[in-house]
Design a protein around this ligand. Sequence first.
Ligand code: NDP
Length: 600
Amino acid sequence: MAEINADAAWTVEGYDVDAVRSKYKQERDKRIRADGPNQYRFISRDGDLAEYVKDPYVERIEREPVSDEVEATVIGGGFAGLLLSARLRQAGITSLRVVEQGGDFGGTWYWNRYPGIACDVESYVYLPLLEEVGYMPTEKYAKGPEIFGYCQMFARHFDLYRDALLQTRVTDVRWNEDDGVWIVSTDRGDRFRSKYVCMTFGTFLHPKLPGIPGIEDFRGTSFHTSRWDYEHTGGDSYGNLHKLRDKVVGVIGSGATAVQCVPMLAKDAEHVFVFQRTPAIVDVRENRPTDPEWVASLEPGWQRARIENFSACIAGEETDVDLVDDAWTRVFHHLRKTRPVTGSQAEAMELADFQHMESIRARVGEIVHDPVTAEALRPYYRFLCKRPCFHDEYLQAFNRPNVTLVDTHGKGPDRVTENGIVVAGEEYRIDTLVYATGFASIRQDLKTRLGYDVFGRSGQALSDKWKDGISTLFGAQTHNFPNFFVVSYFQTGVASNQTHPLDEMAKHISNIIREARDRQATTVDITEAAEDEWVQTVISSSTASADFLESCTPSYYNNEGQPDLALFRRNGPYARGILPFSKLLAEWRSSGEYAGLEFE
Ligand code: NDP
């Protein structure tokens, strides 16, 4: 726990701001590509590159199609679906079906099992409903298997396996006006009725491959990090990749996933080549086991208080203490609390940003021995142009004799061949190729992203309604789609701890459904006027700035260097943040008026 000095002001004497700006611009310009977001190879489950998205973890279980009726259906069994289902159970919904394409609950924690996987948001705030479920994580930053195990425990606790359809993909959701129900169809031939349907989105749902020619030519073993091939590597998420001892491994990518799996590969592979396009921001992590004395000191309600404190610290709100006290809260505290000594607030923020990034670059130099490698690993862009990473073994791995950084100077490899990877005309021969190249952006068109469409009143398709931008009330409902709810990051409160807004949405939606039940309403919809007003509120709350987005090095944060500001504002979050958003929802609920809703 750290005391907060609310008057912190950073001084910047001797700092050559113009030189830093110019260096950032130079590095960004190297990476700008005309094809922007279209540079990637998107993987289609049924066609192109389908082997890269096959589920390597379970055998397909055959079953008969279902054709029954349930009260509520939740599409997606990741944390959004888990939280929503839990809150629906608490609201008294017993007839509840989760439909999930994976073989179990967990979402991103089901698919991502690569060695070294962990969550770098503190587990005591990230794992939701710990007090309700009766669990305490074993470490400050829980590893993937523990989180995946918690998802299963959570599903058992709220009795979600009953009626769930796993290994099942929704193909169509259609409103039947005559009967006042939704008809849900799936790829298993199911066709069942549901009074309420709740859709979750999945931020990291569709793995993507780099747009490098020759991917199909490679003769060794290759896979994406979200479908790790343990048959080939041996070991598990904790390491011991013993089958790689005589293998040369190539990793394409150097984002948050690569930062976690490269140190594990380095321990076991004969050699590891990391093909880097842009270096990540790698801050300290300082993981530690959960302290039993601290656990014994906790009072009921501790988790809610800690979650809110974390979000308040990240938002730079006035708080007396920083309960989480880690690299996340410390950096946001400095960035948001910075006050200008001279000049404008924006300039002061930029200087604080420069200073923080300077400390990140200095850390590289302190850890990495070879000066050329160290320089290549220094990130030259503003904090929050990319998702920051936290790790205490990644930079260290480049001091090992069996790890080589292949810096592609912002361009990426030229091509993949039968035997390896070519960079600047030189072929690196490899046996195993790991694509740590991330996921399709949430800005992908709706139908491609979800793999199904939703047809509301008069047969209107959701993909059509939202083709020029999303329109909702509180991110949760959209007009003319009665008894239909959405949990996503669009038009809702934003937070670094992603389960915080998910739970706020889950509470909001379950409250509306309970109210509809109490009123014995057949349908609950929202008015067009309420929807329009919320869209305007979201747009006007936005702090997205064209200058900032365009000056950033490309990433999925700025649509790979091609930001569409109007769409960012509309399809973005309610930018005042998760705590004001939660307060707004709580006040809306407690008034009892349910303004903007139509119960019939
Ligand atoms: P990212 O999209 O963050 O990173 C993809 C990487 O692939 C980048 O380094 C990118 O380079 C690189 N790349 C893409 N194309 C090429 C190419 N042609 N040649 C070379 N490199 C290429 O994906 P991740 O899977 O790393 O992370 C996705 C998200 O998952 C994160 O942003 C984070 O939100 C989440 N995550 C969270 C974790 C946690 O602890 N909570 C842990 C891991 C992931 P470039 O930067 O140049 O585009």
